[in-house]
Ligand binder design. Structure first.
Ligand SMILES: CC(=O)/C=C/C=C(C)/C=C/C1=C(C)CCCC1(C)C
Ligand SMILES: CC(/C=C/C=O)=C\C=C\C=O
Ligand SMILES: [Fe+2]
Length: 554
């Protein structure tokens, strides 16, 4: 394999990576400072992984120790790495571009360990595909929260479940004021990454200030994405709907419970008001981690798992973190016309719990009139315990035997547009098809808002404590195809369509796998057969990541 034009770069390690201590990883080889001086090493990346120099330190200095433990729930071992991977199998030559994946990847500050999966500082991973070759890189997102933690060795902002410890009572009062203004909220953009219509790439989380522009080639943090409007708000959906022409999102209103629906045109930083939904139940809006759209409508979910102002103020995590379960407040689905902002349906639905909507579309009668909106999600059986299952203690202590993952399904809402007060929620296929596990979904983006047949997601092969399969769901035939590697944890299967494809599943599915030996690899499945077509081993296992995006080659 020919090597890339070689260039010398620095790879940084710092004190936060205290499990690395004075050891530094160079490509495949881990060496310590003393050895580095003795051998006068220059760090060269961008060479084929197979051609990386193998430097064997003297026996007394050998520090290579293989951890035979899943890397998914362990902090990333260094700040950054970049290099070419050896590909087993064949990458399609049409697959030219970059898959970026974001997620929490560092769960400690100094000796303090975070408790929840969602707390970790953002780690970006990049898989760059070019003419059958694959370059991998990872790097920490340089948010204010991450930089402050790094320089002061303590948590300085409010994360998903972690709160900075006040030094004294006076600073506690000051902290409350900072919470109300949003100053103490994190900007740790660890949930996802999106490519805007104008080409800018933005890492996101649920706090509005946690919108951070990055360079998809170098993974450099370029700066804050500043919304130039006066709409305000402190939090928004972690999953905006992003197309080549627009960015749609929901801003929950915790004061007058409801949601403001906004649109930002590609090329602009200004969100514009589309409309507002007032909540029908409960003291606060339901958590809107994501929401779906159809061609003409925006669907606003009002989940009985609601934000909770009191929990926001608490220093210690509550069982449901910043949320509360209000079954008596019921669950609702609202449908807003995208063009006018008018609400065309607002129905009560059975109780539900979801992080991720998969897609939605308009159901029509024989005359082409829209009679209902169908909205699909990864639904956790109206059971909030999934949040607790994502505590790091639970994830790390799994014995491989107990079957403790709560049941989940493809929850299909039918929201009638004829003024009926109720909507339906049922499983779109028998959940046993995918082992009653269902989350981290993607679709062919061409089918966004349209009637679609295929969804890709993580499912379960039981017993398990976390989704451990990749599954291709056929919503027409109500069947699932499964990929499984015993003891491994795969991340979100991300569908990339073949340019020029006419079939919905003509493309590839990309995922990153943490295997039971502590190692990791990129996996590429054929979208149609769901069979493996290639894999490429990482230099070491990476932490579990959440959501990604595709940046095609220009
Ligand atoms: C990683 C993921 O999926 C979710 C992350 C959620 C975060 C960081 C939520 C943060 C919040 C605060 C810091 C205070 C306000 C409430 C809330 C949006 C939950
Ligand atoms: C990883 C996850 C749920 C898995 C359970 O089935 C949810 C992630 C939510 C945030 O993006
Ligand atoms: Fe998410």
């Amino acid at each position: 394999m020919a090597s890339f034009a070689s260039s010398t770069r620095k790879i940084y390690c710092n004190k936060m990576f205290d499990h690395v201590k004075d050891e530094t990883y160079f490509g495949k080889v881990k060496i310590n400072e003393k050895t580095k001086k003795n051998l006068d090493i220059k760090l060269v990346t961008n060479v084929a992984a197979s051609q990386l120099p193998v430097i064997v330190p003297p026996p007394d200095q050998q520090v290579i120790k293989k951890e035979k433990k899943l890397a998914a729930w362990t902090s990333v071992r260094q700040e950054r790495w970049e290099g070419e991977l050896v590909v087993e199998g064949e990458l399609p030559l049409w697959l030219n571009g970059t898959y970026l994946r974001n997620g929490p990847g560092q769960w400690h500050v100094g000796n303090y360990n975070f408790r929840h999966l969602f707390d970790g500082y953002a780690t970006l991973v990049r898989l760059h595909f070019e003419n059958g070759r694959l370059i991998m890189g990872h790097r920490q997102v340089e948010s204010e929260a991450y930089k402050a933690a790094k320089s002061s060795n303590k948590i300085c902002y409010r994360e998903f479940s972690e709160v900075p410890k006040p030094d004294n009572f006076l600073s506690y009062i000051g902290d409350l004021a900072k919470l109300l203004s949003g100053a103490s909220l994190t900007d740790n953009a660890n949930t996802g990454v999106v490519k805007l219509g104008d080409g800018r790439v933005v890492c996101l989380t649920e706090t509005i200030k946690g919108s951070i522009v990055i360079d998809p080639h170098t993974l450099d943090t370029l700066g804050k994405f500043e919304y130039s409007d006066t709409l305000g708000g402190l939090i928004h959906s972690a999953h905006p709907i992003v197309t080549d022409s627009e960015f749609l999102t929901l801003i929950p209103d915790l004061i007058k419970p409801g949601y403001v629906v906004v649109r930002m045109e590609a090329g602009s930083n200004e969100r514009k008001y589309i409309g507002r939904v007032n909540c029908r139940g409960g003291p606060a809006p339901g958590w809107v981690h994501s929401f779906p759209v159809t061609e003409h409508y925006i669907v606003v979910p009002e989940m009985p798992l609601r934000y909770c102002a009191q929990n926001l103020l608490k220093a210690e995590p509550t069982p449901l973190y910043k949320f509360e379960w209000h079954p008596n407040s019921k669950g609702f689905m609202h449908v807003m016309c995208k063009a006018s902002g008018n609400i065309v349906a607002s129905v009560e639905v059975p109780l539900y719990v979801t992080f991720h909507f998969i897609n939605a579309y308009e159901e029509k009668d024989e005359d082409g009139r829209v009679t209902a909106v169908i909205a699909d999600c990864c639904e956790h059986s109206a059971d909030t315990t999934i949040l607790d299952k994502l505590r790091l203690d639970n994830l790390r202590s799994y014995n491989g035997k107990d079957d403790v993952l709560p049941d989940a399904r493809v929850g299909r809402f039918r929201i009638p547009l004829d003024g009926s007060p109720y909507g339906e929620l049922e499983a779109a296929l028998d959940p046993n098809e995918h082992g009653r596990g269902m989350d981290m979904c993607s679709i062919n983006p061409v089918y966004l808002g349209k009637k679609y047949r295929y969804a890709y997601a993580c499912g379960a092969k039981r017993p398990c404590n976390f989704p451990n399969t990749l599954t291709k769901i056929d919503l027409f035939d109500k069947k699932a195809k499964i990929w499984y590697d015993e003891g491994a944890v795969p991340s979100e299967p991300f569908f990339v369509a073949r340019p020029g494809a006419t079939e919905e599943d003509d493309g590839v599915v990309i995922s990153m796998i943490s295997d039971k030996n502590g190692e990791g690899y990129a996996l590429i499945l054929d979208g149609s057969t769901f069979e493996e077509i290639a894999r490429a081993k990482f230099p070491y296992g990476l932490p579990y990541g959440l959501h990604g995006c595709w940046v095609p080659k220009k």
